[in-house]
Design a binder for this molecule. Structure first.
Ligand code: FES
Length: 101
């Protein structure tokens, strides 16, 4: 696992945008816990950091498709999955698996 940030940097309003090797990922604060996802929407690569988060559901700004950040499932297309990464908190450090979950 790789350190990508600190808990003190997270806010419920907007995700943290960080690099994970050559990938860009987002760290959301969901129900008080960090959730790591791909930065681009699996539909047509929309910028998910500009999406709207309501509870555990993130709505993509480009076409309004919704993704559950806990499961990765897409409401509009059950075959589409938002890529997520395992996260561990160690003290204030946020550690993320370099391999998608
Ligand atoms: S690019 Fe995200 S819904 Fe189309």
């Amino acid at each position: 696992m790789m350190k990508v940030g600190e808990m003190s940097e997270l806010s419920a309003e907007k995700p943290l945008r960080v690099s994970l090797g050559s990938e860009k990922i987002l760290i959301f604060l969901v129900n008080g816990a960090p959730v790591a996802t791909a930065a681009r929407c699996p539909h047509a690569h929309g910028p998910l950091h500009q999406g709207e988060l309501c509870g555990t559901v993130l709505t993509c700004p480009w076409h309004g498709w919704s993704f559950d950040l806990v499961t990765g499932e897409c409401e509009e297309d059950p075959d589409l999955l938002l890529q997520r990464y395992d996260v561990k908190v160690d003290g204030n450090d946020i550690l993320v698996s370099q391999v998608p979950a």
